[in-house]
Ligand binder design. Structure first.
Ligand SMILES: [Fe+2]
Length: 345
């Protein structure tokens, strides 16, 4: 396995790059905008293909690298379903799996620092975001933070993991790089409380100054969505309502770009073909499955995904490959559901 812990000195942020093998798919957790060049360089050096970029929560102390990484590598952006970010490509909830080739991380909803804080468990290690830090815990005094919820996330989820589980947080300001669940249980001063009320009182008396970047970072991090308007302006988008009228037409091929788990959880549009986003490049190039389908049948390719991000990128790729009638459903299945579009489960 490839595992890199990268550091942004300005914000004290740890970013993690994971891959199951040299030359394989990679995942990045909590990337920082200013370090995007470095991440891309490292990904290239290790001959990896970055396929997912994930934030553990909406950060207040740095601008996320999610949008820039998506724009430059066409990776899928991922956050938790409770996040107020405008658009990410994929949203996960407790019990879901965050997967790339050869790796599957369990998604734990661990609110408290913010109401959109998630942790990701990968066998012997857990990425705790700002929920559990090394000898500390993330502050709970803004972004819908809630010390009571954080106590529950820490004591009833994270501390129940095996004691030897390694803890990799999103931040450290003293140069600590890794801990374990057992170590934090024993030595984290914030966790030596006797009750939730005592924890709430402790967290309420921290009197911390707001992060320097907060007024810039929070609004910037709320708007990481791809400019789907650019795709629409070229006439390459249909609304969910317009898409309903296209369903069942013999000259249209609806293509679902989501992963199998998303299809199972949220349902599929009847008659659509499954062609996961990860295989897109191979599918749209000359000789590829979708390229052949469009050319041999004359069908119009209509892509859809969860929120319209992957499908917008797919339209661009298909157009670049000469499939000039390709379009997508703006807003994806999310918009389709809001328009009361029927789904098969
Ligand atoms: Fe944070």
């Amino acid at each position: 396995m490839i595992f890199r812990q990268l550091f942004d000195q300005t914000s004290g942020t740890y970013t993690y790059l994971l891959a199951s093998r040299h030359g394989g798919e990679a995942l990045i957790i909590d990337p920082v905008l200013e370090k995007v060049d470095r991440y891309i360089q490292l990904v290239d050096e290790l001959e990896l293909k970055l396929v997912k970029a994930v934030d553990t929560h909406l950060h207040a102390d740095h601008i996320t690298g999610l949008g820039a990484l998506r724009d430059r590598t066409h990776c899928v952006t991922v956050m938790g379903e409770t996040s107020k970010v405008d658009v990410v490509s994929m949203r996960l909830a407790e019990g879901d799996k965050l997967t790339i080739e050869g790796l599957a991380l369990d998604v734990l909803y661990t609110p408290g620092h913010t109401d959109d804080s998630y942790s990701f468990l990968m066998r012997d290690r857990v990425f705790t975001g700002d929920t559990l830090l090394i000898r500390g815990t993330g502050r709970t005094d803004f972004q819908n933070g809630d010390a009571r919820a954080q106590y529950d996330s820490i004591f009833n989820k994270l501390l129940r993991l095996p004691e030897e589980t390694m803890v990799f947080p999103a931040h450290d300001y003293k140069g600590e790089t890794v801990s374990t669940i057992g170590e934090e249980k024993a030595f984290n001063p914030r966790l030596q409380v006797k009750s939730v009320d005592q924890y709430v009182e402790l967290m309420g008396n921290l009197k911390l100054a707001n992060p320097k970047m907060m007024d810039v970072a929070v609004p910037a991090n709320m708007r990481v969505g791809l400019a789907q308007e650019a795709i629409a302006q070229r006439g390459w988008a249909v609304s969910a309502v317009e898409a309903m009228a296209l369903c069942g037409r013999s000259d249209v091929a609806l293509i679902d770009l989501r992963e199998r788990s998303e299809r199972e959880k949220h349902g599929v549009i009847a008659g659509s073909l499954h062609a996961p986003y990860g295989d897109l490049a191979a599918n749209v190039r000359a000789g590829g499955m979708l390229n052949e389908l469009a050319r041999s049948t004359g069908k119009r390719i209509v892509f859809y995904c969860a929120f319209g991000e992957r499908s917008a990128m797919a339209v661009q790729a298909a157009q670049d490959a000469g499939l000039t009638s390709a379009c997508h459903i703006a807003g994806g299945i999310d918009a389709w559901k809001k328009a009361s579009g029927p789904l098969l489960r």
